[in-house]
Design a protein around this ligand. Structure first.
Ligand code: F6P
Length: 324
């Protein structure tokens, strides 16, 4: 391999820049040229490509977002889009790709690899959702979790002053990791996540046992999802039964995607970025880099995307018991 292309795609995640830095410098260290592709697959089709030197990734390890921008591309899903992308890669003499992103990014990579198998692709998991199978953590998750905890701490101040019940909605697409672990870390009274059904009776119990008897404020973290109904859906359901309580809903939203990456995310990104180049040098293709029990592993794209990463359901008991 003489030259690699690198891109970030899908929702941005804190630590993507640290991964880009690691990929760039590790490749150059091994004598491989690096071309940064701006705006993900969209920029690959549009030919937004420029060569990176080591100094192009200076001073970015601490920056949130992605300096090479990101996008979600509909065109890349078409045969024509992929053909143009392939021609651009050939024109730029790029003979392998490193893609940093989440399940949409790897789904795109997988289809592209089927159409054009002569370009090996290695993926780096960058998403705050932590929803990729085959790695303990994804880049950005730890930072987002810390952002959630800081926000919930602040909401708790006002919740207890006003003796209110707060439903706080966090991101995660269809995965409950941010809600579940965010609830434990912030001492919330409950987490409502798509992986575990919470019926109205259980919610009622929460109010009866906690809010009504012993507590004057409560915090419930709700994972955004059609399955949970989100924080607004849940609070509406409860309002019918307990109209006397003072409820508020806070949707944390995109604040969870920003900010300087935590040390853990920077380390994860640096290790995974370097491992992606090792993987290519080792003739690996169409795999995502994962870290399991502190060891680097290679996970085929279809497994990373398709297999469901299980949440530890026992943690729900911890939340319940520790909030009595
Ligand atoms: O995948 C990351 C994520 O932040 C999800 O948690 C969320 O559902 C989605 O992206 C939001 O996407 P967008 O920024 O395109 O609205």
């Amino acid at each position: 391999i003489k030259c690699i292309g690198v891109l970030t795609s899908g929702g941005d995640a804190p630590g993507m820049n640290a991964a880009l830095r690691a990929v760039t410098r590790k490749a150059i260290y091994h004598g491989i040229r690096v071309k940064a592709i701006c705006r993900g697959y969209k920029g690959l089709i549009g030919g937004e490509i420029r060569e990176f030197q080591t100094q192009d990734v200076s001073n970015i390890i601490q920056q949130g977002g992605t300096i090479i921008k990101t996008a979600r591309s509909e065109e890349f899903k078409t045969e024509e889009g992929m053909r143009i992308a392939y021609e651009n890669l050939r024109k730029e003499e790029i003979d392998a790709l490193v893609v940093i992103g989440g399940d949409g990014t790897f789904t795109g990579a997988r289809y592209f690899a089927q159409e054009y198998p002569d370009i090996p692709i290695v993926g780096i998991p960058g998403t705050i959702d932590n929803d990729l199978y085959g790695t303990d953590y994804t880049i950005g998750y730890d930072t987002a979790l810390n952002t959630i905890v800081q926000a919930v701490d602040k909401i708790r101040d006002t919740a207890s002053s006003h003796e209110r019940l707060f439903f706080i909605e966090v991101m995660g697409r269809d995965a409950g990791f941010l809600a579940l672990y965010g609830a434990i870390a912030s001492g919330a009274e409950a987490a409502i996540i798509p992986e575990i059904e919470t019926n109205t009776d259980q919610l009622n119990e929460l109010i009866e046992q906690g809010f009504r008897k012993s507590k004057n404020s409560s915090i419930v973290l709700v994972a955004e999802s059609d399955i949970t109904g989100g924080a607004i859906g849940i609070s509406n359901r409860l309002k019918e039964k307990y109209p006397e309580y003072d409820y508020r809903v806070t949707i944390l939203g995109h604040i969870q995607r920003g900010g300087s990456p935590t040390a853990n995310d920077r380390i994860l990104a640096s290790r995974m970025g370097a491992a992606a180049i090792d993987a290519l040098l080792d003739d690996q293709r169409n795999v995502m880099i994962g870290i399991v029990n502190d060891e680097i592993v290679y996970v085929p794209f279809n497994k990373a995307i398709k297999d469901e990463k299980p949440v530890d359901k026992k943690l729900m008991d911890i939340i319940r018991i520790l909030s009595i």
